[in-house]
Design a protein around this ligand. Structure first.
Ligand SMILES: NC(=O)c1ccc[n+]([C@@H]2O[C@H](COP(=O)([O-])OP(=O)(O)OC[C@H]3O[C@@H](n4cnc5c(N)ncnc54)[C@H](O)[C@@H]3O)[C@@H](O)[C@H]2O)c1
Ligand SMILES: O=C(O)C(=O)C[C@@H](O)[C@H](O)[C@H](O)COP(=O)(O)O
Ligand SMILES: [Zn+2]
Length: 360
């Protein structure tokens, strides 16, 4: 078992990573002394893992569950309302605990519901996708989508703990493993060159769920994210770099219709576009861009966009949370392992988008 701490003073919390954690969630949350436990999950994860978590929590406090519909298209206010209804039905109070059992969608919805129930209660993340284990369960970004864009509603609300049971990845479809690898490649590009080398070198092992390779990158990515979040919890500065590839990715997700592209797929393609942009700005070399494209492709992720509308994409990016006064700001790579945030001339952005497969 690996334990990493997200250092946030009195709100610091552990990320525990290892096999077989699900059956021990009860003993791990006991120290939080919850009055009630409400497990939030979805229709896919419930038949696989809900019973194990319920059983382990039963001796700690009365347990109930909320089972949401599955999919990015359900990451909406309606789902938050469903969780709040579940809290009412359970008689939850300010000392109750939400356990988010599932991928990033369940985690983001549950965290947001936890942040607004009685003005904020505690929640614990039990991520069951690779993407959630390496990224979404850590850092306290919570929220839902609006038709106008990704994650437009939400707040920062840190979990009390993250328990990533790596055995749950065994039931995850290959497409979802690739999606998780999208965020891992992002971390490789943001971290140091050695981490990127490791991700690149072990891509085959990662895709075939080699335990040692997975354990190493889950810990590597969590360490990187934890250190960025500890330095800049609410994205005043350096945390924005975790958005590498996301200005493009979020536009792809929205324009294709939420749920058509997986988040990690859109991020993977967004990384290639961000690399292309960085080359046009004079930072990366042609060889860097080819290398990044090859790694994204080796992860099983798309590197081009079949025909999305250019003007609608640019419009969508103007609504990104990093944009101010209509100016779109991108995370660019100065080199592999070094990122920055900057405004980009419209002409260069258009060249990159056309190269990436957007249509005028
Ligand atoms: N809060 C953050 O910091 C942050 C970071 C990255 C992504 N996100 C958000 O996370 C979401 C993407 O998360 P995701 O990739 O986990 O998608 P997801 O939550 O939709 O899960 C992917 C699919 O896998 C299924 N599933 C989950 N665990 C399973 C398991 N062990 N076995 C079999 N099936 C399983 C789910 O039911 C779903 O169908 C997006 O909404 C994205 O915006 C948030
Ligand atoms: O934790 C962060 O900060 C991130 O940006 C991580 C991203 O992978 C994640 O997709 C996040 O939800 C995007 O945040 P947003 O603020 O652009 O909605
Ligand atoms: Zn992301």
């Amino acid at each position: 078992m690996v334990e990493i701490t997200v250092e946030l003073g009195s709100r610091s919390y552990p990320i525990e990573i290892g096999p077989g954690l699900l059956a021990t969630i009860g003993e791990r949350v006991k120290t939080l002394r919850p009055t009630r436990i409400v497990i939030v999950t979805n229709t896919t994860v419930a038949p696989l893992y809900l019973a194990a978590v319920e059983t382990s929590c039963q001796s700690v406090a009365p347990v109930s569950s909320v089972v949401l519909p599955d999919g990015e298209s359900y990451k909406t206010f309606t789902a938050v309302q469903q969780v709040l209804d579940g809290l009412v039905a359970a008689g939850a109070d300010r000392k109750s605990l939400i356990i988010a059992l599932g991928g990033g969608v369940v985690g983001d919805i549950s965290g947001f519901a936890a942040s607004i129930w009685m003005r904020g209660i505690r929640f614990v993340q039990v991520p069951t996708t690779l993407l959630a284990q390496v990224d979404s369960s850590v850092g306290g970004k919570t929220g839902v989508n609006l038709p106008a864009g990704k994650n437009l509603i939400g707040c920062f609300h840190q979990p009390s703990a993250v328990f990533a049971d790596t055995e749950t990845l065994e039931t995850l479809p290959a497409r979802e493993i690739s999606a998780g690898l999208g965020e891992i490649v992002k971390h490789g590009l943001l971290g140091d060159a050695a981490y990127f080398d490791e991700v690149e070198r072990r891509m085959k092992d990662l895709r075939s769920l080699d335990h040692e390779a997975l354990a190493s990158v889950i810990a590597g990515s969590c360490r990187l994210k934890a250190s960025v979040v500890a330095r800049d919890e609410t994205e005043e500065g350096i945390r924005a770099t975790l958005n590498l590839g996301h200005t493009f990715g979020h536009a792809i997700e929205k324009l294709a219709g939420f749920g058509t592209w997986l988040h990690g797929e859109a991020v993977g393609c967004g990384l290639v576009l961000a690399a292309d942009l960085s080359r046009r700005l004079g930072y990366l070399t042609d060889a860097d861009v080819s290398r990044i494209e090859s790694v994204v492709s080796a992860a099983g992720l798309p590197v081009r966009i079949p025909g999305l509308p250019l003007e609608a994409a640019i419009q969508s990016m103007r609504g990104d949370k990093k944009s101010f006064g209509g100016h779109i700001r991108f995370i660019v790579l100065k080199k592999i392992g070094e990122s920055a945030i900057q405004e980009v001339p419209d002409t260069i952005l258009r060249e990159t988008l056309l190269q990436g497969g957007y249509v005028p």
